[in-house]
Ligand binder design. Structure first.
Ligand SMILES: Cc1cc2nc3c(=O)[nH]c(=O)nc-3n(C[C@H](O)[C@H](O)[C@H](O)COP(=O)(O)OP(=O)(O)OC[C@H]3O[C@@H](n4cnc5c(N)ncnc54)[C@H](O)[C@@H]3O)c2cc1C
Length: 466
């Protein structure tokens, strides 16, 4: 489709743009990178009488450090921000978020100001800048005003900007340096808008403990919102499991409560804290009994049995849990394998009473990189007098570089030409975790570059030559 007719003005200064906006082109729209506005025009979802192009205004594109702040001009392209060494050094959260905006072609044209003024709830910049407590400087007929990012986004594609105001600059304070940060998003495909995204900043006290946090969610909400409950939980150093329960339990929904209970039971089991398992599963179990949820009952009863509890099991528990709870380890393991669940298949053997199945469980868990679970099984084998090598599994002929299953998975994607950010998206990992995996791969393969690592892996037959 083509846009409806419009007049076109190319402003040479902010003053001229403001004059046009308040006078001749009062029903006009500002044009920056055009990456959101032009599609709207083409689809005739926007039909402004005029466009006021900001691209001819000098001095609106910059990234600079000023008196404990970073100032970024509204017309600065997202691609320039992506490659800014200053931003990478001073505001790594922003540097982590920007490559996740669309694709390079979009970031080449798309601007900081355009993304903020457009206020898509799934956009990365509004979420990251709200976490960073940025001030957005708007200029209008009455002069300039600074709006905190938290107050700027007022709803779905809605901002605190007046019709006759232009976003001129964004200022991000540097007084409080974050000791830790992360920007993670979930999108259906790389480059899509996020279905859910979250920015996290952690601030440490003098002793290196977390003193405060800023956590902002976007995507599934109508504007970036601070998750203040989560911030408090982090600040109070409540364990992640207890934090998850604090958020899930008040919902009263089994769908939310059960996965948290199961995860907490697993963590307690892996840490050898068996006595915690009954407590963390109690509430979810009661709810599952009430609702006769076969699968949840199976999962929770199985964790309780693994923790040593001998209790009656409801007759309607789902398979393969029911089989496992009946002590048929081998059959349960085979059923899990058929369902494509190798971890559960290995765990089903972990309670077996004889050495053979325990050894298989141990090997399978090591193959999966599930070291804590493997260590538990190794202990059980030793208690039975069996010999089990300590430390990481020695290299095998099949895997001479001793890469873990996850490292092999990452290596295959590296060989496919994917960048770390893309690998992170594909495997639902954080970019930093992928960085660690790639470093480990290079070290284990004694390679200086990704290309050398791929070549070495191909020579060893770890991955196919393409
Ligand atoms: C295929 C595709 C995929 C995309 N994927 C993503 C993504 O994953 N994440 C993401 O965040 N974005 C994504 N975008 C949008 C992209 O980031 C845009 O660049 C951004 O939303 C708008 O910036 P712009 O400079 O192009 O603004 P424009 O499209 O020119 O303008 C957008 C709006 O902002 C107003 N405006 C622009 N500048 C100013 C200013 N200085 N003051 C006041 N109002 C102003 C305009 O009037 C208009 O209403 C995608 C776009 C496309 C086409």
């Amino acid at each position: 489709m083509k846009p409806a007719p419009f007049l076109y003005y190319r402003a040479r200064s902010i003053e001229e743009a403001l004059d046009l906006l308040t006078g001749t082109a009062a029903n006009g729209k500002l044009l920056a990178g055009g990456q959101s506005l032009v599609p709207l025009l083409n689809l005739r979802l926007a039909r402004p009488e005029a466009l006021i192009d900001l691209n001819g205004i000098p001095g609106l594109s910059y990234i600079r450090s000023e008196a404990n702040e970073i100032a970024i001009g509204a017309l600065t392209r997202q691609r320039e921000m992506e490659f800014s060494e200053l931003l990478a050094k001073e505001l790594p959260l922003l540097a982590e978020a920007i490559p996740q905006i669309g694709h390079p072609a979009i970031r080449n044209r798309g601007t900081l100001g355009g993304s903020l003024a457009h206020a898509d709830p799934a956009a990365e910049l509004p979420c990251a800048l709200t976490a960073l407590d940025a001030r957005l400087v708007a200029v209008g007929p009455g002069g300039e005003r600074a709006i905190r990012a938290e107050d700027f986004f007022t709803g779905f594609y809605a901002t605190a900007l007046a019709d006759n105001e232009i976003l001129k600059e964004v200022r991000i304070p540097l007084e409080k340096r974050a000791a830790g940060w992360s920007f993670v998003e979930f999108a259906r495909r790389h480059g899509d808008f996020a279905l859910a995204e979250v920015s996290v900043l952690l601030f440490a006290d003098g002793g290196g403990r977390c003193a405060s946090a800023r956590v902002v969610a976007g995507g599934s909400v109508e504007r970036p919102i601070r998750l203040t409950t989560v911030e408090t939980l982090i600040q109070d150093e409540i364990s992640p499991g207890a934090q998850a329960s604090t958020l899930a339990d008040p919902t009263g929904e089994l769908l939310r409560i059960a996965p948290v209970a199961a995860a907490r039971a697993e963590v307690a089991w892996l840490q050898g804290e068996f006595s915690e398992v009954p407590e963390v599963t109690e509430a979810a179990l009661d709810l599952a009994v009430q609702m006769q949820s076969k699968r949840v009952l199976g999962e929770l009863r199985t964790w309780r049995r693994r923790a040593g509890l001998q209790e009656a099991v409801e007759p309607f528990v789902a398979e393969p849990y029911a089989v496992e709870l009946a002590g048929e380890w081998e059959r349960a393991s085979a059923l899990w394998a058929e369902l494509g669940c190798p971890y559960e298949s290995a765990l089903a053997l972990a309670d077996a009473h004889s050495e053979g199945p325990l050894r298989r469980a141990h090997e399978q868990l090591l193959d999966l990189g599930a070291r804590p679970a493997a260590a538990i099984v190794a202990r059980r084998l030793r208690e039975r007098g069996a010999r089990v090598a300590r430390g990481p599994r020695p290299a095998t002929r099949r895997n001479p570089a001793n890469l873990t299953t996850r490292e092999l998975e990452v290596l295959r994607l590296v060989a496919g030409g994917l960048r770390n950010a893309e690998i992170a998206q594909r495997l639902f990992l954080s970019p930093r975790t992928v960085d660690h995996h790639v470093s480990a791969i290079l070290r284990k393969l004694d390679a200086g570059t990704r290309g050398e690592a791929v070549a070495a892996a191909q020579r060893m037959g770890l991955i196919q030559d393409r």
